[in-house]
Design a protein around this ligand. Structure first.
Ligand code: ATP
Ligand code: MG
Length: 204
């Protein structure tokens, strides 16, 4: 079985995330994609548990119409900072060693991989899919692969896969700023997410 893992703060989830997950599903013939909202929310205007629960619920709402999209509470329930390696190990335990995991990240996020805890172990447990975002320079990724191969003594080329997604300049930061300044967020997030945000007065 091939399973995609989409980690993020999803504060809020938007069409950039959804298009990326859908593209990975298709390009790598995945059985499903599990969205995993992080347990470490960056928003300071809310109580942590409160915004974590909102982020989780918005992710459920955004993914509910896709039969291959699922949402996991694994990091939300763990509380505090979650490490990708711990999440991957837990998923391996749940799904068995035969399952191949494809960790989907934006190309910006994969460049931070070198600072992650236990990079080598992560690479040994899953494939990484780097979704190219607007303005992203592939040269940087090639450099990163070289650094990683040198560091681990293994060629990581086959484990880090590049995926082109239609240019989407959508970000959660921009969506939060738009709400704060009273600008529209229509078509940037699913309608249900937009309704949820306004119903609960988030990001004002
Ligand atoms: P923020 O602006 O708060 O950082 P974000 O829009 O980057 O939010 P995250 O929850 O941080 O969203 O992202 C989760 C994952 O989705 C990361 O791997 C990120 O690189 C990726 N991602 C975010 N936005 C896009 C997009 N528009 N296209 C493709 N991938 C994206
Ligand atoms: Mg981000």
């Amino acid at each position: 079985m091939k399973i995609g893992i989409m980690g993020g703060t999803f504060n809020p989830i938007h069409h950039g995330h959804l298009v990326t997950a859908a593209e990975a599903l298709n390009q790598f013939s995945l059985e499903k994609v599990i969205f995993i909202p992080s347990g470490d929310p960056p928003h300071k205007d809310y109580r942590e548990e409160e915004i974590a629960e909102h982020r989780y619920l918005m992710t459920v709402i955004a993914t509910s119409s896709n039969s291959k999209f699922f949402v996991s509470r694994i990091e939300i329930d763990r509380k505090g900072k979650s490490y990708t390696i711990d999440t991957l190990k837990e998923l391996k335990k749940t799904y068995g060693m035969d399952t191949e995991f494809y960790f989907i990240t934006g190309a910006d996020a994969i460049l931070e991989i070198l600072t992650w805890k236990k990079t080598e172990e992560i690479i040994s447990l899953c494939y990484m899919i780097a979704a190219t975002r607007p303005g992203y320079n592939l040269l940087k990724l090639e450099e990163l692969k070289k650094d990683l191969s040198g560091m681990t003594g293994n060629n990581v080329d086959s484990k880090i896969l590049v995926m082109e997604v239609p240019a989407l300049a959508i970000s959660s930061t921009d969506i939060r700023e738009r709400i704060k300044s009273g600008r529209p967020i229509d078509y940037l997030v699913p309608e249900g997410v937009s309704n949820y945000i306004f119903k609960h007065g988030l990001y004002r």
